[in-house]
Each structure stands twice: as structure tokens, then as C-alpha cells.
Design a binder for this molecule. Structure first.
Ligand code: ADP
Ligand code: F6P
Length: 505
């Protein structure tokens, strides 16, 4: 019965995120085609929208998109991509003036919030014009979302009273849209449209001492509090948020019952650790063809090319590993797949150049005529290749300096065989670090520590590998992406029960 209720709730699910789950590309003949976007948000949320017949409001990835233009479906779609099955009418694309979008996305989101929320304030830029653009673009998203709410309500009104579904859920995602909720709420109130609103942050929420560096932090917090439920990956981020609401806004908060009171409303705060479509990864990994020779030990990294992922430190640790443990020369290789990301931001361009140089330097230092220590793929790989890489790797080396959760760690685990699994090495500075306790932990800042742990992983006995990996697999199977969505939807359903809606304790 409860599943039935969740299905009905999900049927009127409106997801709002900066990016649609695909980007549009203008072909030479002027037609527009779709291409799946990369990143944790799309991997997790796209299957949910597909399965629940939801609607997705977002940006197309095109500077000059005209909302009237027809979009041609991909000529050869990746039928294993998270977006497979998403109907064109499930996506509501919006257009934003290119200069405004640049100031909002490259400026405020990626040059300010991204480093700040990852506790790297020295990299953050503070600029009033970018902040203004952020406010304006959030308003554009809010207005577009209101259109979607109206259309859901029109369909809802056509259903007889007794079987009418619960009010639609608007689910806003990530740091790009922290201000959108109040405008949506106000619009709905003005038009008498009932709606439940949730927000989920896919990146860390930092401590008060970091967040207060942002000059307009109060507006951000009030924006998030426009929702009824605010979710984060782990408990630490929830506690940081509650602390900031109390210290910046003077709100009454309760760290046991996990809520914030603001403007006479009670906002639930929940740790909702995101998962992956575990079964999909597991079953794809059973059929994918082998990609590496079996006599070579493979150490694997898969990331967006981002300074938070710790790629430079990782390469230096590998250099140290080959120096300290020369027994691996000719016997092990490190494969790094790095998908280009945010290429218009200077920090990302510089990072690419640094990595190119470092890979060249390390390969020059250790290569033999028949072997090189590092194979570096700058680009995205398709799902079949990705699962084969995960499955055939002996070691998954996941060492972000800071990361909201890190789905790659989970995907690696799902693809491991039960009879001869590899070893996961994980940084404690990823949200996943505290949850995936059977992984080998490393401090990515300590080159020697990483070098030693990689050697240990490569030498680990089959019994220990099985013991660790089978526990990891069990947890990821249980806490998969469906479980994540179910816990979000049951949080939204609890809003329908009057006892959790009082304004006072
Ligand atoms: P983030 O959200 O910061 O990008 P996550 O690790 O949470 O980090 O999610 C990354 C997602 O993008 C994963 O689902 C992963 O499979 C996908 N991905 C990352 N790098 C690549 C790549 N080079 N090729 C294909 N997919 C990739
Ligand atoms: O996980 C954080 C995040 O910003 C997601 O919102 C997004 O899917 C991913 O990183 C990729 O970033 P972008 O959309 O800026 O390419």
C-alpha cells in the first residue's frame, strides 16, 4: 500500500536542476541533437524520472537555445545510459541569455560555491555581478517550474476528487538553485496551487566558519528553507546546516528531531545518502567484454576533471609508489579516465595542463620499451566500457580532497566479481568514506600513505578481498538509488500527515 502511495506521489514529480540529463548539440545543418550529460546528479536522478513518468526542468547546455526549436532524438542513443527511456515531453528546457548564464554558472556556481562548499575558500571568487546573475537565473528557473506545476495541476483537476493524487512534489537539486524555492512557493500560494517542495544538495555543506565567508549567506539559507524538506548526503552536512541556520539567522533548530523553524514553518532536515542503480551496474558487468590483459595489475581512477577529485596528488602518489616499490614496474599500470568538465573556468583549464605535464613526466621517468606506468584517457567512456574497466581493475583508487558523496566508489563495488574481487581505496574526505567502512582508507594529502596502501591493496589476499568487498556489495545493494528515492518520497509523504506540520513544538 505504501509503495502504491509512493508511486502516486512520484507520478507528479517535478525535478528541477541546473542541467537537464542531456546536453543539446547544434549540428552543422542547424538541427539539435541530444547527448547524455556526465555527473552524479544525472546518474542518480535520471532513472527516477524515467521510471516515475516525472518532468525535468533544466538548462540544455546550449547558449542560444530557442524554446520553440524542435529537438531531434539521438540517432544512435546509448541504450544503457541513465537517460535511456526519457521521453522528449518529460524534459522542459529553458533558455537563459548567454552572458547572464555565464555569470551565474561559471561565475557564481563554479567559481564561488563549488570551492567554498568544498572547503577550499582560497580558490573562491566573490563578485556582486555574479551574485546578481545567480538571483536572476534562479528566478527564471522558478518561473519555468511554476509553469510545470500549473500543467500538473490542470491534469490533476481532470481526475475525480476521490482518486485525485496528492499534491505534486517539486524536487530542487543542488547548489545552482538554492534560491528558487521561495519564488515557486509564492507563485503557488498566489494561484492557490498546492505543492510540496524538497531540496537536495549533491555537494558537501561546509561548517559555519567557511560558509560565513560568503557575503550573502543569509539569503542562501533562507532560500533553502523555502522547501519543506532539505536533504544532504550525510549527517555531518545536516549538522553544519542546522548550525548555520541557528548562528546566521537565529532560527530555532533541533538536532535530535532534525528540523529548523523559520517564518512560522518547520523545515525537516535529513541525511539521505545517495546510491546507484546497483543491479544495472552488476548485470552489465557480467556481460561486458574483457578490456585489460589478465597478467597486468590494474589500478583505476574515474573522475570528472576537477581539482576537488585530488588527481594531481593521486598522480604524485603513484609516482612515489613506483619509486618505493619497483617490483610493480612492468607489472602494474594506473589507468585514469577523466571526463572534461567546466572547461570555461580558468582553474579547470590550468588543472588539465598540470595533469598533462605530470602524466608525461611520470611516464618519461618509468616507461620501458613495452610498458608505461600511466594510461590517461581524457574523455568520457560509454557504460559498457566503464563497467568493464571497473570489473577488470584490481584496485579502485578514489582519493578526492573533498567530495559530497562519490558515486564512482559505489559503481566500482557493484561491478566487482564475488569470487575474485578487487580492492577499493577511498578517501575519508568523500561522503562515501564514512559509509563504506570496509574500503582501505588513505589520506590523499599524504603521498607516502597512498603509495603504501596501493602496494598493500595489490598484495592483499583473496580471503581479505572477498571479506571486504562482499560487505561493501551488500550495503550498496541495500542502499541503492531506489532506496534513496524512497526515503526522499516517504519524507515528502510525511508532510501530508498533519501531526508533523505544527508551527510550534
Ligand atoms: P560528480 O558528481 O562530482 O561528478 P560522482 O562520482 O558522484 O562525482 O559521479 C560521477 C558520475 O559520472 C558517475 O556516475 C560516473 O560513472 C560518471 N563519470 C565520471 N567520469 C566519467 C568518465 N570519464 N566517463 C564516463 N562516466 C563518467
Ligand atoms: O555533483 C555535483 C555536480 O555539480 C552535479 O550537480 C553535476 O551533475 C556534476 O557535478 C557535474 O557538474 P556540471 O553540471 O557543472 O558539469
Amino acid at each position: 500500500k505504501s509503495e502504491d502511495k509512493q508511486n502516486r506521489a512520484a507520478a507528479s514529480l517535478i525535478v528541477v536542476s541546473n542541467r537537464l540529463p542531456f546536453v543539446l548539440k547544434r549540428e552543422e545543418d542547424g538541427t539539435l541533437t541530444r547527448k547524455a550529460s556526465a555527473g552524479g546528479l544525472v546518474t542518480a536522478v535520471a532513472p527516477v524520472v524515467v521510471d516515475n513518468h516525472g518532468i525535468w526542468v533544466g538548462w540544455t547546455g546550449l547558449d542560444d537555445f530557442d524554446e520553440e526549436t524542435e529537438v531531434i532524438p539521438e540517432s544512435s542513443p546509448d541504450d544503457k545510459a541513465p537517460t535511456a527511456g526519457l521521453r522528449p515531453d518529460q524534459a522542459i528546457p529553458l533558455s537563459v541569455n548567454p552572458k547572464l548564464f555565464d555569470e551565474y554558472y561559471n561565475g557564481c556556481c563554479n567559481e564561488t560555491y563549488w570551492p567554498l562548499f568544498h572547503s577550499m575558500p582560497d580558490r573562491a571568487v566573490f563578485n556582486r555581478d555574479h551574485w546578481k546573475a545567480y538571483q536572476d537565473v534562479n528566478d527564471i528557473f522558478a518561473q519555468k517550474t511554476l509553469e510545470a506545476v500549473r500543467s500538473v495541476h490542470e491534469k490533476r483537476m481532470a481526475i475525480p476528487d476521490c482518486s485525485r493524487p496528492d499534491p505534486p512534489i517539486v524536487w530542487i537539486h543542488d547548489y545552482h538553485l538554492m534560491l528558487a524555492a521561495n519564488a515557486i512557493r509564492d507563485g503557488c500560494n498566489d494561484e492557490g496551487l498546492q505543492v510540496r517542495m524538497g531540496f537536495f544538495l549533491h555537494i558537501p555543506f561546509p561548517s559555519f566558519d567557511i560558509i560565513r565567508i560568503f557575503p550573502w549567506v543569509d539569503e542562501i539559507l533562507m532560500g533553502m528553507l523555502g522547501c519543506d524538506l532539505v536533504g544532504f548526503h550525510i549527517g555531518d552536512y545536516c549538522l553544519n546546516f542546522l548550525d548555520c541556520c541557528q548562528r546566521c539567522l537565529g532560527c530555532r533548530t533541533d538536532k535530535n528531531k532534525m528540523f529548523v523553524e523559520h517564518c512560522g514553518r518547520r523545515v525537516m532536515v535529513r541525511a539521505l545518502p545517495i546510491g546507484i542503480p546497483y543491479h544495472k551496474f552488476e548485470s552489465l558487468s557480467r556481460i561486458a567484454p574483457r578490456v585489460f590483459p589478465s597478467d597486468m595489475k590494474i589500478i583505476l581512477g574515474v573522475d570528472r576533471l576537477d581539482y576537488t577529485k585530488g588527481l594531481v596528488a593521486r598522480l604524485k602518489s603513484l609516482e612515489r609508489m613506483f619509486k618505493k616499490y619497483p617490483k610493480w614496474i612492468g607489472k602494474a599500470i594506473f589507468i585514469q579516465v577523466a571526463v572534461p568538465s567546466r572547461v570555461d573556468v580558468a582553474e579547470y583549464k590550468e588543472l588539465k595542463e598540470t595533469i598533462d605535464r605530470l602524466v608525461g613526466h611520470i611516464n618519461g621517468e618509468f616507461s620501458t620499451p613495452s610498458w608505461s606506468p600511466i594510461r590517461y584517457i581524457f574523455g568520457s567512456v560509454n557504460q559498457d566500457q566503464l563497467v568493464a574497466f571497473y570489473r577488470d581493475a584490481n584496485v579502485g583508487l578514489i582519493t578526492p580532497l573533498r567530495d559530497g558523496m562519490n558515486l564512482v566508489a559505489k559503481e566500482f563495488v557493484a561491478c566487482q566479481s564475488e569470487s575474485d574481487p578487487g580492492v577499493l581505496i577511498l578517501s575519508p574526505f568523500a561522503g562515501a568514506g564514512g559509509l563504506m567502512q570496509e574500503a582501505l582508507q588513505v589520506n590523499p594529502y599524504e603521498t607516502d600513505n597512498v603509495a603504501d596502501v596501493v602496494d598493500r591493496a595489490l598484495e592483499m589476499s583473496l580471503d581479505e578481498r572477498k571479506l571486504r568487498m562482499n560487505q561493501l556489495k551488500k550495503r550498496e545493494k541495500r542502499m541503492d538509488v531506489d532506496a534513496w528515492v524512497r526515503s526522499f518520497l516517504s519524507g515528502m509523504d510525511s508532510l501530508l500527515v498533519p501531526s508533523v506540520r505544527p508551527n510550534h513544538d
